[in-house]
Design a protein around this ligand. Structure first.
Ligand code: NDP
Length: 278
């Protein structure tokens, strides 16, 4: 039987929960501590933060206060663009780990390719160093298009295990997904339920939801899982955090999957990775 404990196996053998909690725009302090605690209590085991989110301290506090074993949790953070480079990434990693209060990290990602900086390969060398020295169990990238990964691989010795990209029914990243699949990279969807864009108000989602007794958010999260994607919806509300995790007890039919696939607009909600250099 499927459950919230279901995992994908990364190409190095590490298992990563299919579903996690995203905490972008969740305020450090009580808000993020409450969200992370609610998620862990609901059975989530993956938390996705980033140095940019400025809430690693609260994420760490919630983890420390919880009785779930550290080994059961899967914590992701990311190196921010202005920290790219070999030594600056190692330094940024130390800062993140101090804030999180963790002895090791599960997944460290390069947040954006930031192509004009030209620092991919040096940044990746630092991630490889953190991986081989046992500080991180898996390494990956975020917002990398196939051509960014091709370029990274000209100097990399270890291939990324995860690529976290903007992905939801409006923007389905078919090319990046195919590329990731061919290269043994797990694709993880950010803004999976459309980040307040109006996606959840699409009538086709409520109609499909009615057929299964599920909300539009649950239908969309389930759509990601049935496409073999990892998914990290964000909420600061306990009710929604629970709702978003109740997606393992129904199966969307192929016909309904096709209707959701039909929502593609080709338009990103977020920035184009080739133009993000901040
Ligand atoms: P999501 O697609 O997860 O949407 C979050 C929004 O949906 C919030 O406004 C939330 O409100 C609302 N919401 C949550 N659950 C429900 C529900 N059941 N019904 C109705 N509304 C709901 O957007 P995010 O942009 O936050 O993406 C998820 C995560 O992905 C981020 O938190 C972050 O961890 C990661 N991310 C990574 C990026 C990257 O560059 N690598 C970029 C962007 C995001 P409320 O909180 O009030 O419930």
């Amino acid at each position: 039987m499927e459950s919230i404990r279901d995992t994908y196996t990364l190409h190095n053998g590490v298992v990563m929960p299919k579903l996690g909690l995203g905490v972008w725009k969740t305020k450090d302090g009580d808000e993020v501590e409450h969200a992370v605690t609610s998620a862990i209590d609901a059975g989530y085991r993956l938390i996705d933060t980033a140095s940019l989110y400025d809430n690693e301290t609260g994420v760490g506090r919630a983890i420390a206060a919880n009785s779930v074993d550290r080994e059961e949790l899967f914590i992701t953070t990311k190196v921010w663009n202005t920290d790219q480079g070999y030594q600056s990434t190692l330094d940024a990693f130390d800062v993140s780990m101090n804030k999180l209060g963790l002895e090791y990290l599960d997944l460290y990602l390069i947040h954006w390719p930031a192509p004009s900086m030209g620092l991919h390969s040096e940044t990746w060398r630092a991630l490889e160093e953190l991986y081989t020295s046992g500080h991180v169990r898996a390494i990956g990238v975020s917002n990398f298009q196939p051509h960014h990964i091709d370029e990274l691989m000209t100097t990399a010795t270890i291939a990324p295990m995860v690529n976290q990209v903007e992905l939801h029914p409006y923007f389905q990243q078919r090319t990046a997904r195919e590329y990731d699949d061919e290269h043994g990279i797990i694709t993880q969807s950010w803004s999976p339920i459309g980040a307040g864009s109006g996606l959840l108000g699409e009538s086709v989602l409520s109609q499909i939801g009615e057929a299964y007794g599920k909300s539009p958010a649950q239908v969309v999260i389930r759509w990601h899982l049935q496409h073999g994607l990892a998914v990290i919806p964000k909420s600061v509300h306990q009710q929604r955090i629970i709702e978003n995790s109740n997606v393992f007890d129904f199966v969307i039919s192929p016909e309904h999957m096709a209707l959701i696939d039909g929502l593609e607009t080709g338009e990103r909600l977020g920035p184009d990775p080739d133009n993000v250099n901040f």
